[in-house]
Design a protein around this ligand. Structure first.
Ligand SMILES: C[S@@+](CC[C@H](N)C(=O)[O-])C[C@H]1O[C@@H](n2cnc3c(N)ncnc32)[C@H](O)[C@@H]1O
Length: 233
């Protein structure tokens, strides 16, 4: 987070996309907050009146508290040292942000908070890896991915998923777990789709090495579909 010439704070591209999904006037909870840059930005910009910030480790929470104090926000950003959403009050938080963790860890955190199965919450999720596993958790537990946006930071492309509980959402197919709701007309999204295709081609090679030719054909077909999707076909 940096202070620009107008004395306003700027987030890095990845957290800026997360911030863009937070609903104005709602109360966000930033899980795995570390430095607390995201809630500090949201409150100082007047996007939200207050926020929660949690982290499982003491050192990040100490860093978060020191940043929060530096900006005089102790009465607006409440911190917890806890696992995931364990101490977040379900009746007060609206938008749940979990950024900068692996997709499996994010899914596990969500899985321990059954109260999120309510359309009043918005989930803003930024997996560093295994986005497909996170999408599988979401689809399999009644959450719908409303929007997904790819973002490039430090030469690496990430996805940010915006999801809500919607048990009547249409069913999904395996392709959706890899393609998500990325919009291929965005070059960053197209790059992510091609990267995912490359991962699936490696999986196909692994299948071939084990003489699993049906598996090989399956993953090659998925990869080809992703490459076609990345070209908007
Ligand atoms: C790489 S940092 C991400 C910080 C920030 N959210 C971002 O995206 O820049 C990941 C943070 O998640 C925290 N973390 C990992 N597992 C967690 C869990 N189960 N509950 C809460 N925090 C967790 C770690 O302690 C660490 O501070």
């Amino acid at each position: 987070m940096e202070q620009n010439s107008e004395n306003r704070f700027e987030l890095g591209a990845r957290l800026a996309v997360c911030a863009g999904f937070v609903r104005k006037g709602k109360i966000p909870a930033d899980i795995g907050t570390d430095h607390a840059f995201l809630p500090i930005y949201l409150v100082t910009e007047g996007i939200v009146p207050a926020a929660y910030a949690s982290d499982i480790n003491e050192d990040p929470i100490r860093s978060a508290r020191s940043h929060i104090a530096r900006y005089g926000l102790d009465d607006k950003i409440i911190t917890f040292t806890c696992d995931g959403l364990a101490d977040i009050p379900p009746d007060k938080a609206d938008d749940i942000i979990i950024a900068g963790m692996g997709g499996d860890n994010i899914a596990a955190i969500l899985g321990r908070a059954d109260w999120l199965k309510n359309s009043r919450y918005r989930l803003i999720l930024q997996p560093m890896s295994r986005a497909s596993r996170l999408r599988e958790f979401l689809y399999g537990n009644g959450f719908e991915i409303r929007e997904e946006k790819a973002v490039c930071e430090a030469n690496r492309v990430y996805t940010v998923i915006c999801a809500e509980y919607c048990p009547d959402a249409p069913s999904y197919e395996e392709y959706d777990l890899y393609a998500g709701r990325l919009d291929a007309s965005d070059p960053n999204a197209a790059a992510l789709l091609r990267k995912q295709a490359g991962i699936l081609l490696s999986v196909a090679e692994g299948c071939a090495a084990k003489k699993d030719y049906a598996g090989q054909a399956h993953y090659i077909q998925l990869a080809e579909r992703l490459i076609a999707g990345s070209k908007g076909e």
